[in-house]
Design a protein around this ligand. Structure first.
Ligand SMILES: Nc1ncnc2c1ncn2[C@@H]1O[C@H](COP(=O)(O)OP(=O)(O)OP(=O)(O)O)[C@@H](O)[C@H]1O
Length: 359
């Protein structure tokens, strides 16, 4: 099933012009600079604003101007979660959830409320007045209320950006579980690289109301221009947990390009061997040499080929590397690039100082 979008929307000083086919599963992140049209696109999908074109989820046509079809928002099977949770202050948590449920015709109710309450860990909050909830709790209730309507698409517009780091960390694992547990596709607007790295399988990058790039998260992230601040350039690797070396307190992870050793954190220790993992490697944690390093304390050094180089701020260069079938990025000084005479096609060794397990 796909989400099929063909939307044109003209404002006095802004034009949205988007044609997209998105997988109707997992998380698709919508990224791009402020004012590029992310919220406008969500609002057009939701029917809160009327662009021209077509919005179709699988066989369901929500809008088709060629045939004059238009469903108002309340008839579209979607949930919408905003930056600030807008809960009904006069109702307690349970009342807010039931409000969502009652809006949904019985025949369309597919998501069990108990399951939603469990998934978002809000069972102990049901009788609490909304005014007494913390920011993270409010946002979890807002997500649960959206899910209580049994949406077939969940639109989330920077749902964590109003939360501090601790509350973000509290809500993120719940978000991560949603597509897996409920099989509801999510279109997720975010400015935060770490959220997108962790959650998204698919990425759409907008600029000036148009799609500049879209594709699989790992592929898109590992390119030289990621759509986030270059100084934070980070590559994503999909891998597999291969072994725990108990004596060294290290775990081996395989990916299409080689193996990496990581400290066996509690999160890694709890995973069964063979389970899928998502790793990130920040470009600033990768250095390069032309020869293998002898007598080094580095655990992870891999043969690689340079595929691209780009200036990246004063005196800095971002290098794209092929490591087997995978891609990495390295942030190095211009001076080093010059001294090593780095060029596309050149064989190098990539030395990796830090690997983070994000999933
Ligand atoms: N109601 C409106 N009337 C007129 N112009 C609007 C309206 N809402 C948004 N715009 C303009 O449309 C453009 C796209 O806005 P939009 O909110 O979709 O961007 P965004 O990518 O979501 O931005 P941000 O990341 O800052 O939330 C901007 O130039 C904005 O100023």
């Amino acid at each position: 099933m796909t989400l099929h979008l063909r939307i044109r929307h003209q404002r006095p000083s802004f034009a949205l012009d988007v044609a997209l086919q998105l997988p109707a599963s997992g998380v698709s992140a919508l990224i791009g600079p402020s004012g590029c049209g992310k919220t406008s696109l969500l609002r057009c999908i939701a029917g809160l604003e009327r662009g021209q074109g077509q919005v179709r989820l699988g066989e369901q046509v929500w809008q088709d101007d060629a045939t004059g079809q238009w469903l108002p928002t309340h008839r579209r099977a979607l949930g919408y979660v905003f930056q600030e949770a807008s809960l009904f202050a006069h109702l307690n948590v349970q009342g807010n959830l039931h409000f969502g449920l009652q809006r949904t015709p019985v025949a369309r109710r597919k998501v069990a409320l108990d399951k939603v309450v469990d998934l978002l860990g809000i069972g102990h909050l049901l009788q609490r007045p909304c005014a007494t909830l913390s920011g993270g709790e409010r946002q979890r209730v807002a997500i649960a209320r959206a899910l209580a309507t049994s949406p077939q698409l969940l639109l989330m517009d920077e749902p964590l950006s109003a939360l501090d780091a601790a509350r973000k960390a509290e809500v993120l694992p719940y978000l991560e579980a949603l597509p897996r547990e409920l099989a509801i596709p999510i279109l997720y607007v975010s400015h935060a690289q770490e959220e997108v790295l962790r959650l998204a399988q698919h990425i759409v990058q907008l600029a000036h109301g148009q799609v500049v790039r879209q594709g699989d998260a790992a592929t898109l992230f590992n390119q030289l221009d990621q759509g986030f601040a270059a100084s934070n350039a980070t590559a994503v690797l999909q891998g597999q947990l291969l072994a725990h070396h108990a004596q060294d307190h290290l775990s081996a992870l395989g990916f299409a390009g080689g193996q990496l050793l990581l400290p066996t954190t509690p999160a890694l220790a709890s995973r069964p061997l063979g389970s899928a993992v998502r790793l990130t490697i920040a470009a600033r944690d990768v250095s390069l040499s032309l020869q293998p390093l002898a007598h080094t304390s580095l655990l992870n050094s891999l043969p690689a080929t340079i595929t691209g180089l780009r200036e990246d701020g004063p005196g800095q260069v971002l290098a794209a590397l092929a490591v087997g079938e995978s891609q990495l990025l390295a942030h190095i000084s211009q001076r080093s690039a010059r001294q090593l005479a780095l060029a596309p096609g050149q064989a190098v060794f990539a030395h990796i100082k830090g690997v983070a397990l994000v999933r």
